[in-house]
Structure formats: structure tokens, C-alpha cells
Design a protein around this ligand. Structure first.
Ligand SMILES: *[C@@H]1O[C@H](CO)[C@@H](O)[C@H](O)[C@H]1NC(C)=O
Ligand SMILES: *[C@@H]1O[C@H](CO)[C@@H](O)[C@H](O)[C@H]1NC(C)=O
Ligand SMILES: *[C@@H]1O[C@H](CO)[C@@H](O)[C@H](O)[C@H]1NC(C)=O
Ligand SMILES: *[C@@H]1O[C@H](CO)[C@@H](O)[C@H](O)[C@H]1NC(C)=O
Length: 301
């Protein structure tokens, strides 16, 4: 019975030794969180069984899977006084910030994008007088968060000649979208894909400013679009402008042109008024400075 206990203890000690891999170990957190567009630090430190080591050392980071995933960062230092020279930095956004001579392989990833969401594994190699290497098997899972951003906000026309406002926002967690405006229709529809969500406001009837607000736990963003139907001074002009805007087919246009020929001067006025009015009637204003501002035309056929 005593012998069996000793045997068990010995098994345990072999197992423990196996887990430590002969004095090698790597310490990494299981998760890290970064914000889109900003930088994140992935910590990694190690211990090794050798009393001292002052020769060639290589630090490596890979993604997706241990031992086999794509190498996104690699640097080599040949002596204690030698800085770790970068040999690989995928898209030039990975930078070593730890000191590998002090057992620290921490890196910084700049300019985070959605594609940086991944698992990261660090590895150290000794290849001077002795050859030895060790790599973390569990890896760090990088989570990305993002404050809302208005990606696109437009007014479009439907087949049935009604107008709708459309707002697309990006964020993680997915933001919720709200439309506000002058006595607007409450008919909305929502679609989302990956980190983007689109909300449409159907059947616009009233002129004015329509505002789209995107909110998630990291912030909020607003965008606005102005919707004005044509308000021409004379009654005959209103008819022509409305028809043209709503994209009536060739036959009707010919009829209008017929009238225009009859009132030649009037037609020219209508044309120039139309183009000026289109440019100013649907302006695009985005309160989120990260987006371009510009003007947008109401669709014509
Ligand atoms: C590793 O280096 C980073 C960057 O200098 C530092 O913030 C971190 O505290 C270091 N880790 C340890 C365990 O010393
Ligand atoms: C981040 O990426 C953008 C677009 O790729 C680039 O214009 C910008 O210079 C980058 N910023 C840094 C700090 O690398
Ligand atoms: C904005 O949305 C409209 C309507 O869906 C689309 O036609 C346009 O290409 C989009 N613009 C951008 C910059 O994505
Ligand atoms: C809009 O709101 C009114 C009153 O709140 C409601 O009766 C109507 O069904 C709503 N329409 C839609 C399309 O949600």
C-alpha cells in the first residue's frame, strides 16, 4: 500500500514536470480587449531553465493556431546589448514593447481593424550555443469593441414614388438606431450584417431634418439628412418639377417638353431652378467628424 502511494506521488511529479516542460513556461492572459482604430498591448512573459542566456534570441507572434498559424511578428537579437531587430511586422502594425532579455515578449498592435480579431500566440527561440524554444499553447483571444459611427445616411425613392431615409451605422456591440424627424411615419425596417446595422424610415411625407442616432455601451453618434420637396414660386413650375423629380417616363417628359416649347422661357427657368434646388434641397450633414460631409442629390431618372 505504501509502495502504491509512492508510485502515485511519482506519477504526479512526472506529470507536473511534463506540464512545466523542463523549466519552460509562458504567462499570457486568456483575453485582451481593444478598440477599433486604437492600439492594444498583448502581454507575454516567459521563464526558461537555463542559468543565463546571452546569445541569439528570436521572439515570434503568430495568429489563429499555435505552432502553425501565420507569423505576424518576429524579431531577432544576437547579444545582450543588441536591440531586437524586427524581421516581420505584418502590415507594419506590430511592435515589440517588452524586453526579451528580461523575459518579456509583450507586443503592441496599432490601428486595430475588424480583421485583427483573432487568437495570438507568443514564442521564444534560443539558437546560440544552445538550441531551445517554447511557445504558448493557449494564446490570447483579442476582442474588439467600437463606439458607434454613422457610415452612410441617404434619402432614396422607391418604385412607388415614395421616399425613404436610410441610415447605416457601425459599432461593437451592434448599436441601436433611432430616427427622429418632423411628424414622420413610424414605419421602419432594420437589417444588420457583421458590425453594421441599417435602419430605413419609409414613406417620408413632411419636409425637414431627419436625424439618425446610433447608441451602444461605448458611445453614440448622430447623422442628419434634410428632405425637402420642391417649392417653386409659380404653380406651373411645381407640376413640372415634381414630375421630373419623381422620374416619370419618356412619354410624360415629351408632353412636358411640348408645354415647354410653348412657354420657351419658362422651360429654361425650370431647368436651372431644378439643378440648383436639387443641390441644396438634400444636404448631408454628419455630426460625427470622422465622416466626410458632402451634398447629395435626390435621385432622378
Ligand atoms: C513587460 O513589458 C511591458 C512593456 O514594457 C510592461 O508594461 C510589463 O509590465 C512587463 N511585464 C512584466 C511582467 O514585467
Ligand atoms: C491607421 O490606418 C490608417 C488607414 O489605413 C492610416 O491612414 C493611418 O496612418 C494609420 N495610423 C497609424 C498610427 O498607423
Ligand atoms: C449609401 O447608401 C446608398 C443607398 O443604399 C448607396 O446607394 C450608397 O452607395 C451608399 N454610400 C456609401 C458611401 O456607402
Ligand atoms: C404608427 O403609430 C400609430 C400610432 O402610434 C399606429 O396606430 C400605427 O399602427 C403605426 N404604424 C406603423 C407602421 O407602425
Amino acid at each position: 500500500m505504501k509502495g502504491f502511494g509512492l508510485f502515485l506521488a511519482c506519477l504526479l511529479c512526472i506529470c507536473k514536470k511534463g506540464l512545466q516542460s523542463n523549466g519552460w513556461s509562458i504567462q499570457v492572459p486568456s483575453d485582451a480587449t481593444g478598440e477599433i482604430g486604437k492600439a492594444v498591448v498583448l502581454p507575454c512573459t516567459f521563464t526558461h531553465p537555463h542559468k543565463t542566456y546571452d546569445r541569439t534570441l528570436t521572439a515570434i507572434w503568430r495568429i489563429k493556431e499555435p505552432y502553425d498559424g501565420m507569423v505576424v511578428f518576429k524579431c531577432v537579437t544576437h547579444s545582450l546589448s543588441d536591440l531586437c531587430k524586427t524581421a516581420v511586422s505584418y502590415k507594419n502594425k506590430y511592435k515589440l514593447i517588452g524586453n526579451p532579455r528580461h523575459n518579456n515578449l509583450s507586443i503592441k498592435i496599432d490601428n486595430l481593424t475588424w480583421s485583427d480579431s483573432n487568437r495570438y500566440f507568443c514564442r521564444v527561440e534560443f539558437s546560440g550555443d544552445l538550441h531551445d524554444k517554447y511557445e504558448s499553447r493557449t494564446g490570447i483571444r483579442l476582442h474588439l469593441i467600437a463606439a458607434p459611427r454613422i457610415v452612410n445616411i441617404t434619402i432614396g425613392s422607391n418604385q412607388d414614388r415614395t421616399f425613404r431615409a436610410q441610415c447605416t451605422a457601425e459599432g461593437e456591440p451592434l448599436p441601436s438606431l433611432t430616427w427622429t424627424g418632423p411628424l414622420f411615419s413610424n414605419a421602419t425596417s432594420v437589417t444588420s450584417l457583421n458590425h453594421q446595422i441599417t435602419k430605413e424610415l419609409h414613406y417620408l411625407t413632411h419636409d425637414g431634418k431627419y436625424t439618425c442616432t446610433a447608441v451602444n455601451s461605448h458611445g453614440r453618434a448622430e447623422g442628419a439628412v434634410y428632405f425637402y420637396k420642391f417649392k417653386a414660386a409659380s404653380g406651373s413650375l411645381i407640376v413640372i418639377l415634381m414630375f421630373v423629380t419623381l422620374g416619370i417616363k419618356v412619354l410624360v417628359l415629351l408632353a412636358i417638353l411640348g408645354i415647354a416649347v410653348f412657354w420657351r422661357a419658362g422651360h429654361v427657368t425650370a431647368q436651372s431652378r431644378l439643378s440648383r434646388q436639387q443641390a441644396q434641397d438634400s444636404t448631408y450633414e454628419n455630426l460625427d467628424r470622422r465622416n466626410n460631409c458632402g451634398s447629395q442629390r435626390l435621385p432622378t431618372e
